[in-house]
Design a protein around this ligand. Structure first.
Ligand SMILES: O=C(CO)[C@H](O)[C@H](O)COP(=O)(O)O
Ligand SMILES: [Fe+2]
Length: 213
C-alpha cells in the first residue's frame, strides 16, 4: 500500500495546527516536514520548536526532511519534538553512516536523501542500514516545481537494487508529485509519495489525497 505524505511547505503557515487536522481528516498517512537552513538550500522554513508545538495537535507520523548542513545537530531536538522519521541529504553529510546510527539510537527511522542529479552509487552501502531512501524529483528548496522526468527511472533502478539484495528499505519520492504521475511512481516502486502543492494547493484536501491514492 503506497502512503501519501502531504508536505506542510505548501500549507498556510499562519494556521499550521488547523492545516494538520485537515489532512488528518482527509486521510493522509504521514505529514512531511521540510526543514531548510537557508544555506544548503536558498530558503528557510521551521525547526524543532515549531514541530514540538504542533505535536499535540495530531496523531500523524512526523516525517522530517532535513535540507541543512550539519544534520547531526538536529537529531536530538527533533527526537525530543516527537518526530518519527528523519532523513538528511547525502550531499550535506560526509559522515552519513554515523548520522544514520544517531537517528536510530534516538528512536526514529532513518532515511538518506539524494538530489535529482546525485547518483544512486552514493547510497550503495547505506542501503544496508537506512529504513528509507528519499529521492528528490525536483531541486530542493521550494514547493510547486515541475517533476524532473529522469527521476522516474531512478525510482525503478533503486527498486531493483533493493529487491536484488532482499533489503527492507522503503522508497520515498518528493517533488512535483501529482495525481497524474502518482500511479506511474507507485508502479516504478515508490512506497511513499510526498505531495505539497497537489494537496495544500487545493481547497478540498480530502479529494486531493483521494485523487493521489
Ligand atoms: O522538499 C521539498 C522541496 O525542497 C518539498 O517536500 C516538495 O517540494 C513538495 O512540494 P511539491 O509537491 O509542491 O513539489
Ligand atoms: Fe521534502
Amino acid at each position: 500500500m503506497v502512503k501519501i505524505a502531504p508536505s506542510l511547505l505548501s500549507a498556510d503557515f499562519a494556521s499550521l495546527a488547523e492545516e494538520l487536522k485537515d489532512i488528518e481528516r482527509g486521510g493522509a498517512d504521514l505529514v512531511h516536514l521540510d526543514i531548510m537552513d537557508g544555506h544548503f538550500v536558498p530558503n528557510l522554513t521551521f525547526g524543532a520548536p515549531i514541530i514540538k508545538a504542533l505535536r499535540p495537535h495530531t496523531n500523524l507520523t512526523f516525517d522530517a526532511h532535513l535540507m541543512v548542513y550539519h544534520p547531526e545537530n538536529y537529531v536530538k531536538p527533533l527526537a525530543d519534538a516527537g518526530v518519527n522519521m528523519v532523513s538528511f541529504h547525502v550531499e550535506a553529510a560526509p559522515h552519513a553512516d554515523r548520522i544514520v546510527h544517531m537517528i536510530k539510537d534516538a528512536g526514529m527511522k532513518a532515511g538518506i536523501v539524494l538530489n535529482p542529479a546525485t547518483s544512486l552509487s552514493t547510497v550503495d552501502y547505506l542501503l544496508e542500514i537506512v529504513d528509507y531512501v528519499l529521492l528528490m524529483s525536483v531541486n530542493p528548496g521550494f514547493g510547486g516545481q515541475k517533476f524532473i522526468s529522469y527521476t522516474m527511472d531512478k525510482v525503478r533502478s533503486l527498486r531493483s537494487m533493493i529487491s536484488e539484495r532482499h533489503l527492507n528499505c522503503q522508497i520515498e519520492i518528493d517533488g512535483g508529485v501529482k495525481a497524474e504521475n502518482a500511479g506511474k511512481l507507485a508502479e516504478a516502486g515508490a512506497d511513499i509519495l510526498v505531495a505539497g502543492s497537489a494537496v495544500f494547493g487545493k481547497e478540498d484536501r480530502k479529494a486531493a489525497i483521494a485523487a493521489l491514492r
